[in-house]
Design a protein around this ligand. Structure first.
Ligand code: ADP
Ligand code: MG
Length: 268
């Protein structure tokens, strides 16, 4: 190598002082109070915290898909130098299709009930531009579903979401999230509905992506044990704030914040 010191790599995702509010009868209610963190290539970062702490809102704000009256009221989200909160709807859809894969928390709400599973996966495959011809797109769709743990994917392409079990729907969504071979995969409680064996298959697959392709993963989970097992870094959220963040081992072995201490104490 040449003489100069190695520069630390730029993060793929940089979230700075992110604020989100929802409007309700009582007026505006801020639910994210200035959240900041980075995710680097090839790294898995977990966000943990109890229900209602703001994990899903953080994910939704990053990909510009806040539900209902949700609005980003401050801060920035930067993906490889591109400010996402300023993009038009069309531009952000392009980013979601190609650069960020998203596995949402609720599999039934996120699959379109009137389109076959195969159609929805093929749409995602087409979005990445890696496959074009009909056969090629189909083969790739089968491949991503198999990668997501759906063994009999070939037979099931023509089926509709209501013909899938909850676990199969979740696997289909994970396939869709991975179809575009994204730089960043955001997975919101991706395996909480699945049995332990399938959970393992899918999380192992996500781990192989970070290893082989340098995919960055933002793994959202209420399960601190799972976070510690799967992520290098853990971000602990409580009440819309990050109360503590650091290498998983440090969080687990030497938690600083009282809330984290409680979480660690409660983990099996
Ligand atoms: P988590 O994913 O950690 O369980 P959420 O991000 O879903 O937490 O919720 C954070 C806060 O935002 C909660 O107080 C919740 O009530 C509020 N919230 C989430 N979605 C909506 C919505 N669509 N309308 C109003 N408030 C919401
Ligand atoms: Mg959630």
């Amino acid at each position: 190598m040449s003489g100069h010191a190695q520069r630390p790599t730029e993060p793929i995702l940089s979230v700075r002082d992110l604020r989100v509010s929802f409007r309700g009868q009582g007026g505006e209610r801020e639910v994210l109070h200035g959240v900041s963190f980075d995710v680097h290539a090839g790294e898995t970062v977990a966000i943990v915290g109890e229900s209602g702490s703001g994990k899903s809102t953080t994910a939704a704000a990053i990909i510009n898909l806040l539900p209902g009256t949700g609005k980003v009221t401050g801060g920035s989200v930067t993906l490889e130098g591109r400010e996402l909160t300023k993009l038009t709807r069309h531009e952000i859809e392009d980013v979601r299709g190609k650069d960020i894969g998203f596995v949402p928390q609720d599999p039934m709400a996120s699959l379109n009930p009137v389109w076959s599973i195969g159609f929805q996966v093929k749409e995602a495959v087409r979005a990445n531009g890696l496959a074009s011809g009909r056969g090629e797109v189909r083969d790739r769709a089968v491949e991503v579903l198999k990668q997501a743990g759906l063994a009999d994917a070939d037979r099931r392409l023509h089926q509709y979401p209501h013909q899938f079990s909850g676990g199969m729907r979740q696997r289909a969504l994970i396939g869709i999230g991975l179809a575009a071979d994204p730089k960043l995969l955001i997975a919101d409680e991706p395996t909480s509905a699945l049995d332990v064996t399938v959970q393992r298959v899918i999380l192992d697959h996500m781990a192989s992506l970070t290893r082989d392709r340098g995919t960055a993963v933002l793994l959202i989970t209420h399960d601190l044990g799972l976070a510690a097992e799967r992520a290098e870094k853990i971000i602990v959220m409580n009440g819309g704030d990050i109360v503590e963040a650091g290498p998983s081992r440090e969080i687990l072995e030497n938690p600083q914040h009282p809330y984290t201490k409680r979480l660690v104490g409660a983990a099996p």
